[in-house]
Design a binder for this molecule. Structure first.
Ligand code: CP3
Length: 341
């Protein structure tokens, strides 16, 4: 896998074209996903290695992307620590026992790898199916983003309770974040031992934080996790919404790749990062709703801007929305695979 387009680009080596994968590439925009989803709950899908492998393989077989991503969710760490997790159509993830007091924080377990063994098992099945064709990306949620679900009890627009805990009870917040960080580092090392070829850390809601708070409550724990990873030949990708602002700080945690949102010119931000850090991104996912002519123009605009740059992986600035036409996603991958640097 070291010679694959994705891993070479992640290590800032030259490739004949940018590799492509997309966040949420296995999901509700695909009819084939619904064929499986209609039979099982989302957590059953994640926890049954054969089914997780079937779903992981959908975009490999139907889209021809350059990297597979493990089918799972960032919230499985919170569940393993003691969160009572469910996913409900139209509502999203719910933790029935939110973490709001010191006693709640104290009750969370950190020795939980046995509870996540199904992920290691899924990775082994997926690697058999991939048979060396393309790399497999493992992932985990960043402590701040996972904390937000544990504290709010589900999705949130303003993260009011989470931010109140950071501001009013910083010591308790640090204990919670530190517990999640310990579990996350162990969990990603378990995924690496099971055979993933790259890992991505998702800090989806970091953009809710002020600069100082990002530094104190998010960045610091991501840096701790990255420093603990057994990363020989395994690139580490750091994603956050808000990376157009936080990227220079994210670089200090020493990831191999920073995944960039669509609010910034990708070349400009790459030039502001230390040499040797690759960028991933940064098409606005809404472009995939547009006419094919527009999709092609915008991909070429991005690629021509990045021409000659080593260390560029195509992705969206965030995940594919469930109602994006499958045909448009397939078309985008075709356009990208025809491009030559
Ligand atoms: O990218 C992939 O194809 C791999 C699988 C993957 C899922 N979730 C599957 C999923 C990955 C990498 C994730 C990460 C994840 N989960 C994040 C970080 C990425 C991001 O989008 O910022 C977050 C914040 C979550 C939490 C989560 N899981 C939410 C908020 C929801 C519900 C709302 C939504 O956007 O779907 C989920 C459920 C979920 N995770 C689904 C899928 C395919 C939908 C489940 C269904 O079919 O109902």
């Amino acid at each position: 896998m070291r010679d694959s387009l994705l891993i070479k680009a992640a290590f800032s080596e030259q490739t004949e074209r940018p590799p492509v994968w997309m966040m949420r590439q296995a999901g509700r925009f695909m009819k084939e996903y619904w064929d499986i989803k209609n039979k099982y709950s989302f957590l059953e899908m994640c926890k049954t290695p054969e089914i997780a492998a079937d779903v992981t393989m959908l975009p490999v077989d139907l889209l021809g992307i350059d990297g597979a991503i493990l089918f799972s969710d960032i919230l499985v760490t919170g569940e393993a620590m003691g969160g009572d997790l469910s996913f409900n159509a139209g509502v999203g993830p719910l933790f029935a026992n939110p973490v709001r007091t010191q006693a709640d924080v104290d009750a969370l377990r950190t020795d939980v790898l046995d509870k996540l063994q199904y992920v290691g098992d899924a990775i082994k099945v997926i690697q058999q199916r991939l048979a060396g064709r393309i790399p497999l990306i493992g992932f985990a949620g960043a402590p701040f983003t996972v904390m937000s679900y544990l504290v709010e009890g589900g999705s949130s627009k303003d993260f009011k309770r989470t931010k109140l805990m950071l501001h009013n009870e910083p010591e308790m917040a640090h204990q919670l974040l530190s517990k999640i960080a310990t579990v996350t580092a162990d969990y990603l090392n378990m995924q690496i031992a099971a055979g993933v070829n790259a890992v991505q850390i998702f800090d989806s809601w970091a953009q809710a934080l002020a600069w100082d708070d990002y530094k104190e409550f998010s960045h610091r724990y991501i840096a701790e996790i990255i420093s603990k990873l057994n990363r020989k030949d395994i690139p580490v990708i750091s994603f956050c919404k808000g990376s157009s602002v936080f990227a220079p700080l994210m670089a200090e945690a020493k990831p191999d790749v920073i995944s960039i949102d669509w609010n910034v010119d990708l070349l400009d931000i790459k030039k502001r990062l230390p040499a040797g850090i690759a960028v991933q991104g940064n098409l606005d996912p809404h472009i995939l709703y547009a006419d094919k002519k527009v999709i092609k123009e915008r991909i070429y605009r991005l690629f021509d801007r990045m021409k000659g740059e080593n260390g560029f992986i195509f992705n969206l600035g965030h995940g594919i929305m469930p109602d994006i036409p499958f045909d448009n996603v397939k078309y985008a991958v075709e356009v990208i695979k025809e491009y030559r640097n």
